[in-house]
Design a protein around this ligand. Sequence first.
Ligand SMILES: C[S@@+](CC[C@H](N)C(=O)[O-])C[C@H]1O[C@@H](n2cnc3c(N)ncnc32)[C@H](O)[C@@H]1O
Length: 218
Amino acid sequence: MGFTLKNKRFTKVTLNEYTKNSIYLDPEKAQDYFNYIQRNPTNLIEQKTVKSLFPKLENKTCLEIGCAGAIYGREMLNKRALQVDSIDYSSAMIKLAKKITKDTINYHLKDINHEFHLYKTYDFICASFVFHYSRNLSKTLKNIIKLINPKGILLFSVPNPEKHKKKENLLYLGHQKSPTKFYNHSEKEYLDILTPYGFVIDFEKKEDFIVVKFMKSE
Ligand SMILES: C[S@@+](CC[C@H](N)C(=O)[O-])C[C@H]1O[C@@H](n2cnc3c(N)ncnc32)[C@H](O)[C@@H]1O
């Protein structure tokens, strides 16, 4: 089955036919995706909203989760963070980000769907449009909460859960409209997992995404 967008034909797949999110893993598609999010209106609104919720970062240790082209890692550096680390499960994305940020950010190949260790903790973690790739949200968030310092902040965005069906979904992303599988978790699931460990100090709901700013308890 196919559909047409701006005179191009794209292939629609079903969740059963789908294999992996090659948009992030394939170097050519990763570059196309990064070009796309620098112009796509939803991403531009998301970037503006997320950046507007950044705390003061001078002398703070920071982590970006799901770096793509390090849009938020670079913002952390602009805000004079002491140190910026970044994780992504795609070596193609890390290569692309490294080309831009050189040795100013430390990159680690890590998958949020597996328990991972970075052997340090952070004052600020930004995870933009990545937690919806978690198959087990509770495991992923609990692993990440361990990385936050007391009174540290986790800022994240995900596609608006109300706009998608429960659990597995396919989105068609980038100029090439690549099928991309994600797991829709409800707003309540995010908040129920987080709140035993701290407080939601800001919450924004836009048409296409939500943004949550969470502070870990002392
Ligand atoms: C939708 S993009 C968001 C990129 C970036 N945060 C932005 O908006 O500028 C998702 C990013 O998360 C990464 N990613 C996807 N699934 C992941 C996983 N399971 N573990 C770690 N990173 C993942 C992708 O490689 C990609 O860089």
